[in-house]
Ligand binder design. Sequence first.
Ligand code: 5GP
Ligand code: ZN
Length: 116
Amino acid sequence: MSNCIFCKIVNGEIAAQKVFEDKDMVVFHDINPAAEVHVLVVPKKHIESLSTLTDKDNDLIAKLTQNLTKVATMLGLETGFKTLINTGEGGGQLVPHLHYHILGGKLTKLQALKNT
Ligand code: 5GP
Ligand code: ZN
């Protein structure tokens, strides 16, 4: 989508501190981290949220989910991590392009994770 921030990061129009990328997904550091480690796992395909998933997305979502531990381990979170997905306005979703948050280490901004 042309006016979507995460699509712009996916296609390189906006810079981001990427830590992993393949043909289906990109992982980059959150610009406003809420924990010592806070990255966003983003499908390259523009999907607005969990609410707009279709059966066609099943393989993609499975892949993203299965890669969370690999990404977290790569970032030093061998002992575990938190995962967060905000959905829709009522769920506190600010960027309408589906993404998983991976949070690890000390949480520094718990407030940022609460629905406002
Ligand atoms: P949401 O509330 O939609 O689940 O979370 C969106 C996240 O994207 C927020 O944690 C916010 O800090 C992050 N974010 C918003 N704009 C940018 C950006 O341009 N670059 C990066 N790296 N993160 C962003
Ligand atoms: Zn998008």
